[in-house]
Design a protein around this ligand. Structure first.
Ligand code: FES
Ligand code: FES
Length: 157
């Protein structure tokens, strides 16, 4: 016997009704149930930040929370950043500054960067590095990621 729960998740403004086991993480619900595979699974244990999404505007690691706990909240994934053909300023800044190589960490970096700018943690490169430190990049794009966040902060201010 498995304990399933009937839940509804609001992701990028769209409500998704799901029946899933209570132990399913938000990350697995997004990727495997709802089909939003932009959010990446790196470590699946809170260390890499590849799975970062926004919940009610705050960044969280979606591998560390259960889907059932996020009902009624506004969840934003990387798929929800652009407005039609118009990239979010953070996405545009990552392209302009070569803020990625393989791109695997990028969705998480983008979500973290959006929050970092809104939190006002972009006063200096050191501050950006500190507040983006939960997002690892195996390709070592850190200088370009910092430059991207710096530019996005300027454009969003
Ligand atoms: Fe969630 Fe690595 S997959 S922090
Ligand atoms: Fe490859 Fe960051 S761009 S892991």
């Amino acid at each position: 016997v498995t304990d399933t729960a009937r839940i509804s998740l609001k992701v990028n403004g769209v409500t998704h009704r799901q029946e899933l086991e209570a132990r399913v993480t938000l990350l697995d619900a997004l990727r495997e149930r709802i089909g939003l595979t932009g959010t990446k699974k790196g470590c699946d244990r809170g260390e890499c930040g590849a799975c970062t999404v926004l919940v009610d505007g705050r960044r969280i690691k979606s591998c560390l929370t259960l889907a059932v706990m996020q009902q009624g909240r506004e969840i934003t994934t990387v798929e929800g950043l652009a407005r039609g053909d118009a990239l979010h300023p953070v996405q545009a800044a990552f392209i302009r500054n070569d803020g990625f190589q393989c791109g695997f960490c990028t969705p998480g970096q983008l979500m973290s960067a959006v929050a970092c700018v809104h939190e006002g943690h972009t006063g200096s490169d050191d501050e950006i590095r500190e507040w983006m430190s939960g997002n690892l990049c195996r390709c070592g794009c850190y200088p370009n990621i910092v430059a991207s966040v710096r530019q996005a902060a300027k454009e969003m201010s």
